[in-house]
Design a protein around this ligand. Sequence first.
Ligand code: KE4
Length: 427
Amino acid sequence: MNTSRSAKLFSEAQQLIPGGVNSPVRAFRSVGGQPRFIKRAKGARLYDVDGNSYLDYVLSWGPMILGHAPASVISAIKKAAENGTSYGAPTELEVTLAKEIRGAFPSMEKIRLVSSGTEAVMSAIRVARGFTKRDTILKFEGCYHGHSDYLLAKAGSGLATLGIPDSPGVPDDFAKHTLTAPYNDIRTVQQLVKEHRERLACVILEPIAGNMGVVPPDPGFLSALRQVTADNGIVLIFDEVISGFRVHYGGAQALYGIKPDLTVLGKIIGGGLPVGAYGGRKEIMDLIAPSGPVYQAGTLSGNPLAVTAGLATLKQLKVRGVYKKLEEKSATLAKGIGEAAKKTGIPVTQTRVGSMLTTFFTAGPVVDWNTAKQSDTKRYGQFFHHMLEQGVYLAPSQFEAAFLSTAHTSADIEKTIKAAHTAFKKL
Ligand code: KE4
């Protein structure tokens, strides 16, 4: 496969941009080799600058659930752009999106739009602290909630990928307010709540972890978490930046029937343009300026183009049967990959919720960060490259989710399974 132009661009990029990328996980550091510079994308495929095409299972890390450049979204963006790109003033579009989100996530009684998941999480934690007048937060090892200082303790995603336990540049004074517990470990949570109840403002988690690879909640974990936080006046925050509109139109909270106090969204609600959102109980959200004293602001919050792209995406997701088809295709893919691994006797553990899935290169089970990190990342890297060479673009990290879109056809799934058989045989 000729990748000379990507290689040339990568060496140039590294003179100008840290690591040559604008987000660490794109650099292929944990899988080795050089990242592909993408020229365009359409449907389930990416096309790089050397003319190679790839079946895409990264989908911009989740947003492109309809595949790339879906006609309805592109035409809506084009039309909106004719009316200007940003006003810094309220628009009807923002009211429409807030209404649509509240309809899908009734727990989000009031909603604030921002421009990224990180910004949404940071703001949700600030208002949880303002509401409870407490400082301490509890997160789970292997979960990633964006790069705000106090959330980089034992985070997943890029930190897990690069093996960075915590990030320099975060003052100890910040990190000391962050407690961590193993995912799915309700006993430790109950113990920490007992010890810190007076100081604990919130518990934040991915209700379906995606940033250590996909790790579903154990049966009863979310309800026990809901119980212990409600009993102690602790704000429960569901970070549904990945799972929101991914696993169900109402996210993980609809799938599992658990009502958090605050929810964070991102990715899909922007249809590939920058949007984040946080929202929840009215008495908490009314503390946000200008209705209350907790400050949060953003020049491009509720940007008309991004909101238009989000609305056009959600409209397609409301079509009957969309999630059922995604479920069927994802189940077929997971089954096929599992069979390919089994044929070669290579130990893998597969996890999946709807159209987010991971193949861990470990015998498993994988239930938290400790068990996820037992995976053979070297072998995953080899698998990744054997698939890439066959035109299948998986996440360049063992500790990320793979995603399907409505644009992936059964033929695409069959091609991917065939490639997996070849790749496993080469390991
Ligand atoms: P952003 O600031 O990247 O929009 O969102 C941060 C974030 C918050 N919460 C969850 C559950 C997330 O998964 C993310 C971001 N996800 C990563 C990949 N898993 C984005 C990819 C990247 O960092 O380049």
